[in-house]
Design a protein. Sequence first.
Length: 718
Amino acid sequence: MSLENKNLYEFGEFRLDPSERELFRGDQPIELTPKAFELLTFFVENHGRLLGKDELMDGVWADSFVEEGNLTFNIRQLRVILNDDAQNPKFIKTVRRHGYRFIADVRQISEPFQKATIADLSEEKPAGSSSAAPSSVKKSFSPALFFLIVVGAVAVIFGAWYLKNRNYSGQSPILSAPFASEKLTTNGKVVLAVISPDGKNVVYTNGAERQSVWLRQIESGDNTEMIPESDQIYFDLAFSPDGDFLYFSRRPASDRTDIGVYRISLFGGVPQKIIDGVLTPIAISPDGLRMAFVRYPRGDEEYCTVQIADAADGSNERKLTSFPKPAYIRDLEFSSDGKRVIIASGQYKNNTNEVDLFELDLTDETRRALTNEKFTDISRIARLPDSSGWLITGSKIPVMNYRFWKISVSGDETAPISPNAEFYDGLSLDSRATRMVAIQLNYDYHIRFFPLTGATEKLGQLDGDTIDIAADGKMYFTSWVSGTGEIWSANPDGSNRRQLTNNKWEEDSPVVSPDGNTIFFSSVQTGKWFIWRMNTDGSNQKQVSFTKGGTPLIVTPDGEWLYFLEHDDSNLWRISLKTGEEQLVLDKKTYLYSYKVSPDGSRTAFIDRKGDEEFINIVGLPAGNSLKTFPIAAKKLSIQNLGWTRDGKNLLYATKDTNTSDFVLWLQPLAENSPRMIADLDDEEMIQGLMPVTPDGKFVAVAQGSRLHDAVLIKGLK
């Protein structure tokens, strides 16, 4: 054996061992990220000296290009770990406009340690013998010593196993802890969030039209911008298993096809593009070596595919499986052993329970259903580290709200584990299932009234979205104040608001009959969005459509036909209110569910496209013969909704400016070629539905608002 010295540093209650990359508080080891450890070592080795930011960056990040924010972030991490206060520092002092100084007293200690040489390993020398003289003593090994070594090794292995798995005890800790959550953001603009494997950090997107990526340290609450705000739209986030890298998919807001997968170090650098032409979602294998993702060939038999490739650079890509039209792949996740991929796939746009969970074996690429349960949608899958099953966020008719579900590893047990009234979209667990971050949704929808004829009086605002107005001015609308969509009524001045439906399932899109006695609406109480009817006081509810589900549009003035937008293919249908016969009227799949029927039932207007240009098409009913087309006000505008004035002589439509995201309301007389601007609707998102006009023709009702998305930290689900 040879003797060498290693340098240790002591400061306060801490001991730093650079050669072994270890930090201790007393006898307790403290975990540090690699860059945080390098930064602390640089501080300690240069204690007492003023260190400029450039010197620190060169000393720690000399091999990579990073921004200054990485330095400040890691200094914040060190202050939390050292229990240091930036205002009254004991260790790291900020020298404004100059840099930082490590101010604690540091003691350097040299300790000898033995290092085995090749000669040591090849020859054993008896005590007191000369290294020059060959030994004639035979090697011997004590059985007792061997026994002690074996017992010690077993104890070390068992201890490591116990420390790693002590929290599992048959189930993940978060499932047995009392429900506890706290909001991490409050601005309503956080759509994606993931928690690091160690549960210490959360990465999230922030913004609406222009988005940025941020890192939040959970314990300190510090937020650091990782990727600056840009016109990029983000679709998915995923951590590498070691927590050192963030994977994400994004595309420019102006390009709907150029979605790529990128990777960036959590400690700084420039995002590296790995793969082009993909769609969300993405998943990283437990060993960090492979990545699963989705492509869309959009063929009838091969509409979407699951691909796998090397996670480091996207090489060695190959197809694993495919699904036929009209299936979509909603999310992916690897199993704990990395030998399987769990896939959520199906038709989710028609609001029926047609989304399944599949298990794909990577050894033989066979696929089987994970559970017999079907969902309306599944937005996220997370594996439970104790191998007991899966957590998902999903919705299932008749309850449309997205909530958390637990699925056993065998798939035999599926149960919701969050209340009906809560609405979650997104789910990310740490590696030990002690913490979870999710996206909580809240509706902020309202109905406003804009003057059409220069009226000076104002009408109040309603909390709701879809609305229709009867001939006597009574208003019927959908409201979310109870946590699910319900049909309400109100007087013309907004007074006497009354809830008409009160069910655990959702109702939506009320349409009032010409005589004002009946309300037609959409409901999922039978498992699909069929059309129902009821009296205007909410009584005598009966199902109307049975073959096709959809959204009611109008009852013809003679009361014989109800036109509706069919959900499966977005076609125009009608129902005979005398015989119940359901008829297909137009099989042109429209953009943005845009069919709107004129008040006399003789025409329908819808948004059409020719190449990249949008226009309004008007056809006769029920024949479907083309009558007239109108260009929109400007090419930079995109049509968001359509309506008619009560006399049928004018179209109403709302547009969104693709540059500014502002919404504008227009009136297009059928006898003229150019529209007139009615109102500036600001930048609130347009709600698809009717835009009814009040009986006096003075006001049009417009529903706007948004879903507010915020990140929440959840520590218990029991």
